[in-house]
Structures are given as structure tokens and as C-alpha cells.
Write a protein that binds this ligand. Structure first.
Ligand code: BG6
Length: 255
């Protein structure tokens, strides 16, 4: 009922901003679940927020996913950003090539005239393999850069959808359900209170790096993601949320 009384997207932006204690909320009209055009608009809005936030010398750590891919392909800047770096936030998480963080970091860097580093780490590392890989000077160097990124940009997914997309084992899926996982972001799964209930083993950004980052931007839309967005916002380390109208309305039902 309270939602229906709102009119205009700026009211909705303000309601979401306030509900989740964010610095800024940007909402595009429509529902990206049912329209590719809206998803592109969401990506475009995200790329504008990122472009306007960049300062000289910034390191930007980006995640993967289809929303991030649309953000990257619409990224434009008026000035060349030769001393900016784009890096993937985390190693392999089981995404297809187009949606991998490496691909998105390199695309953004090319479009910005900036520099990038890749992180070539296989998916699903054992503890032993993780320790070995972290001793590689090249990996170590990129990981240090990622962990010190001033800006982090990420998508948000529904937990079950992401668990399937990343082909988690049946028993892990069952555990996720048991633990009440609703959302997935940066390889971490969150319950309705925004508490981490599971994480995927890979190198790169840790939760403490997200907490320490100067600017964390979440980009996600579609009514099916409303509850997931609410749970990641409750985790509480995003500064800016870029979303669509349908997801925003849904998210407000879960405050
Ligand atoms: C990625 C995040 O950026 O986006 C994931 O790292 C998230 O954690 C995913 O689940 C969502 O993907 P998509 O394709 O729905 O934008």
C-alpha cells in the first residue's frame, strides 16, 4: 500500500535509499526480467555511475555476470583514463567466458583507455591448490591490487539461480536451502538478514576488502531479484545501488 502511494522514480529512489541506508540509489523504469531493453538501460545507468565516480589512479575491481557485461559494453568516458586500473574482483566462479570478471575488466579498460590485469585461477580450488597458487608472484601481485581496490562493482543474484548456474554440488545446494540462502554476490551467499552462510573458494576480494573499499556499487534488477537485493543491502556494505523499478518495489516488500 505504501508503495502504491509513491509516484515518480525519484520518490522510489529515496524510499530505497532510506530503507537500506545507502548513499545513493539510481532506478531505471521497468523490469529487466521481462525486457532486454530495460536490462541494457540498467547497464547503461550503472556505467554512468561508475564513470562519474572514477578519479585518477583508481583501481576498480569488477565482478562478472550478465548485468555487469551490459554495464561494460555501454561504458564511455569523456577523458582517457590512462592511470586507472580495472581488475577482476575474484578468480573463477564458474561463469561462461562472456560473463567472467576477467572479460568485463578488460572490456572496461579498453573502453576507458585504462589498464587492466587478469587473474587466471581455475574454479573450485582445493585448499592445497589455493595455497600453491597464492605463492605465484604474478597471482600474488594481482591479488594485492584487487584487495586494495578503491571501487568495487558487482551484480547480485538469487541464491538458487546462481547455485545452479555455477553447478554447485547437490549437497551444497541442500545446505544453502537449509541455511536460508537467498542471495549471492561476489561468490558469497547471504540469508535474509544479510549474514554470509556460504562462500565459494577462490582467490581475490574478501569480505574485509569490501568493507574497506571506498565505494561499493551494486547493479541488479528484475522483480525476481528483489528479495536477493534486499538481503545483500542488509549485509550493509554497498554505497550505491543501481536497479530497476520492478526490483526496487519487490525489495521494499522485504525490509
Ligand atoms: C555478479 C556477481 O556480478 O553478478 C554475482 O558477482 C551475481 O555474485 C551475479 O550473482 C548476477 O549475475 P547476473 O547475470 O544476474 O547479472
Amino acid at each position: 500500500p505504501i508503495i502504491k502511494e509513491l509516484f515518480g522514480l525519484s520518490d522510489l529512489e529515496e524510499a530505497v535509499r532510506e530503507a537500506f541506508g545507502l548513499k545513493r540509489v539510481v532506478i531505471v523504469p521497468g523490469d529487466s526480467d521481462t525486457s532486454e531493453h530495460i536490462k541494457v538501460e540498467l547497464g547503461r545507468a550503472g556505467s554512468r555511475v561508475l564513470g562519474n565516480s572514477l578519479s585518477s589512479g583508481d583501481v576498480v575491481a569488477v565482478m562478472g555476470g550478465s548485468t555487469m557485461a551490459r554495464m561494460a559494453s555501454h561504458f564511455t568516458t569523456s577523458n582517457q583514463m590512462k592511470d586507472n586500473w580495472f581488475v577482476p574482483a575474484r578468480g573463477g566462479l564458474g561463469e561462461s567466458v562472456d560473463y567472467q570478471a576477467n572479460t568485463i575488466a578488460s572490456e572496461l579498460a579498453k573502453r576507458a583507455g585504462a589498464r587492466y590485469r587478469m587473474l587466471h585461477v581455475p574454479d573450485h580450488l582445493s585448499e592445497e591448490a589455493y595455497q600453491t597458487i597464492m605463492q605465484e608472484p604474478n597471482v600474488r601481485e594481482v591479488v594485492d591490487m584487487i584487495r586494495g581496490a578503491r571501487i568495487v562493482v558487482h551484480g547480485i543474484g538469487d541464491a538458487a539461480t546462481m547455485a545452479r548456474r555455477r553447478k554447485l554440488k547437490e549437497e551444497t545446494m541442500e545446505e544453502l536451502v537449509k541455511d536460508g540462502a537467498l542471495a549471492e554476490a561476489f561468490g558469497y551467499y547471504f540469508d535474509r538478514d544479510g549474514k554470509v552462510v556460504h562462500r565459494m573458494a577462490t582467490v581475490g576480494l574478501r569480505l574485509e576488502d569490501i568493507e574497506a573499499a571506498g565505494l561499493v556499487i551494486g547493479i541488479a534488477g528484475g522483480s525476481s531479484k528483489g528479495e536477493a537485493i534486499a538481503s545483500v543491502m542488509r549485509f550493509g556494505h554497498d554505497d550505491v545501488l543501481v536497479t530497476d523499478e520492478a526490483a526496487a518495489i519487490e525489495a521494499l516488500k522485504h525490509i
